[in-house]
Design a protein around this ligand. Structure first.
Ligand SMILES: Cc1ncc(COP(=O)(O)O)c(C=O)c1O
Length: 405
C-alpha cells in the first residue's frame, strides 16, 4: 500500500513497490471481464463505454472517448482538428516526447514556444511572437499536473482562429479556475500509462464539448467507423486507425477511479508541505503555479536547483540518492533532439515545406530559457507524494543536506 510506514530515516527509492495501488476491487473487475468473454467494445463489452461516461462526468466534459493510450488520444485529436502536411502546431519544448511525435506523425511543423522558468510551463506570453500563418493548433501541456496559463492561451487562440488541444496527459483532476483541465480548449487528452496518477498500465482518453469533433475523433480511433448507427458496419465515415481501449483497461480504470480523489488529496497536502519547506532552502526553487491553477494534480513535484547553488545537479542527485531519496533530472531540450533535426531536414518535410522554410525553421528553433530549465530541473514522482508527512520532512532535510554535501 502506498505510503506505508517506512523505517527510520529515509524513504526507499522512490516507493516503486507501493505503486500501483490495487486490491480485490481491481482483481474482481478484471476477472469479470475475462469471464464475460467480452473483452472489448468491438465484441460487445461495456466497460470501456462505461468508463467513458464516468470520465466525462468526472471532468465535466460532454463527451469522452477512451483510447489505447495518451499518444493515441493526441493522434485522434490532431486528426479531428484536420492537422496535416503544411500545417504548423505550437507546443512547448519541455514535455514528454509524445507531444512532439504526434505532430511529426501528421507531417506538420512543430513550432516550439519557450518555457517559463518559474512555472516550467509553456511561456504563453511568447505565443504571439512564435505564431506563423501555417499554424492551425496550439498544443499546451499541463506539465507535472499543474496547468499551463490557459487564460492567455485561450485568448491568443481565439484572436488567431486556432484550435486548442490540451495535453493533459499528466493532469488528472487538475483544474483551471475551477474547471477541469482538458475541458477548456477544443479538446483535452489524458494518459493512463503505468506511471500516471490514474493508471491502467496503458490507456488514454480524449474529452471534448464539441460533438462534431467527438464524431471525427471517434471515427478516426475505430478505423473510420462512425459513431452514428447509419455509418456502422462495413461503411466508413473517414480514414483512421485502431486506437481502441480494451475492456480490461476500462474495468481497471473504473476501479482505480474510486481511489483517485483520496490519493490526489494526499499528494496535494504533502506537496504543499514539501514546497513550503523547500522554498526556505537557498538555491532551491519549487515550480510556481499560475493564479488560475486552482488545483494541481501533482503528477510531478518539480523544482530547480539554481545554477549558482554551489553543487552540480548530478552531484546533488547522487547525494539525494545516498540519503534514500530518488529524484530525476527530468527532460532534455526536445527542440534540440537530433532525431527531430533529421526529420525536419529529411526529404518528406523538404518536399512539403521547401528548403527555404526548413532553413528558417532551423534558424528560429531556439528556446534559451528552456535550455536553462533543463539544466536546473529536479523532479520527484507522484508516488513520493503518497508518503507520510514525516517522510516529507525527511525529504526536505535530505534536499538541504544534498545541496551542501
Ligand atoms: C505530457 C505527455 N504527453 C503525452 C503522453 C503520452 O501518453 P502515453 O504514454 O499514454 O501514450 C505522456 C505520457 O507519458 C505525457 O506525459
Amino acid at each position: 500500500m502506498a505510503g506505508a510506514a517506512l523505517a527510520q530515516t529515509a524513504r526507499p527509492a522512490p516507493a516503486r513497490q507501493d505503486w500501483p495501488v490495487f486490491g480485490e476491487l481491481e482483481e474482481k473487475a478484471v476477472l469479470d471481464v475475462l469471464r464475460s468473454g467480452k473483452w472489448s467494445r468491438s465484441s460487445g463489452g461495456k466497460r470501456a463505454i462505461e468508463f467513458e461516461a464516468r470520465y466525462a462526468e468526472l471532468t465535466g466534459a460532454k463527451y469522452c472517448l477512451a483510447t489505447a493510450n495518451g499518444t493515441s488520444a493526441l493522434i485522434a485529436a490532431l486528426n479531428a482538428c484536420d492537422v496535416g502536411p503544411g500545417d504548423a502546431v505550437l507546443l512547448p519544448p519541455y514535455t514528454f516526447v509524445a507531444t512532439l511525435n504526434v505532430v511529426l506523425l501528421q507531417h506538420a511543423l512543430p513550432i516550439f514556444v519557450d518555457s517559463d522558468l518559474e512555472t516550467f510551463q509553456i511561456d504563453a506570453g511568447k505565443l504571439d511572437a512564435a505564431v506563423t500563418p501555417e499554424c492551425r493548433v496550439v498544443l499546451p501541456v499541463h506539465l507535472g499536473g499543474a496547468a499551463a496559463d490557459l487564460d492567455t492561451i485561450l485568448a491568443f487562440a481565439k484572436r488567431r482562429g486556432l484550435k486548442v488541444i490540451e495535453d493533459a496527459c499528466q493532469s488528472h483532476l487538475g483544474e483551471w479556475r475551477g474547471k477541469k483541465v482538458g475541458t477548456l480548449g477544443d479538446c483535452g487528452c489524458f494518459s493512463f500509462q503505468a506511471s500516471k496518477n490514474l493508471n491502467s498500465g496503458e490507456g488514454g482518453a480524449l474529452v471534448t464539448n464539441d460533438e462534431a469533433l467527438m464524431d471525427r475523433a471517434y471515427a478516426f480511433h475505430g478505423n473510420g467507423r462512425g459513431r452514428k448507427a447509419e455509418v456502422a458496419g462495413f461503411t466508413y465515415a473517414s480514414n483512421g486507425a485502431n486506437l481502441r481501449l480494451t475492456d480490461f483497461q476500462g474495468a481497471l480504470l473504473l476501479a482505480q477511479m474510486t481511489r483517485l480523489e483520496e490519493q490526489s488529496r494526499r499528494r496535494e497536502q504533502n506537496a504543499k508541505y514539501l514546497a513550503a519547506m523547500l522554498a526556505k532552502i537557498p538555491g532551491i526553487k519549487p515550480a510556481r503555479l499560475y493564479d488560475g491553477c486552482t488545483r494541481n494534480a501533482w503528477h510531478l513535484f518539480m523544482f530547480r536547483l539554481e545554477s549558482g547553488a554551489g553543487v552540480s545537479r548530478a552531484r546533488f542527485l547522487k547525494n539525494l540518492s545516498a540519503k534514500g531519496v530518488s529524484g530525476s533530472s527530468g527532460y532534455s531540450p526536445l527542440n534540440k533532439e537530433p532525431f527531430l533535426k533529421r526529420i525536419i531536414e529529411g526529404r518528406h518535410y523538404k518536399r512539403v515545406y521547401g528548403e527555404r522554410r526548413i532553413r528558417e525553421w532551423v534558424e528560429r528553433n531556439n528556446c534559451p530559457v528552456n535550455d536553462r530549465l533543463c539544466q536546473e530541473a529536479v523532479w520527484f514522482s507522484q508516488t513520493t507524494l503518497l508518503g507520510s508527512r514525516s517522510e516529507m520532512e525527511q525529504i526536505a532535510e535530505a534536499v538541504s543536506k544534498a545541496r551542501t554535501a
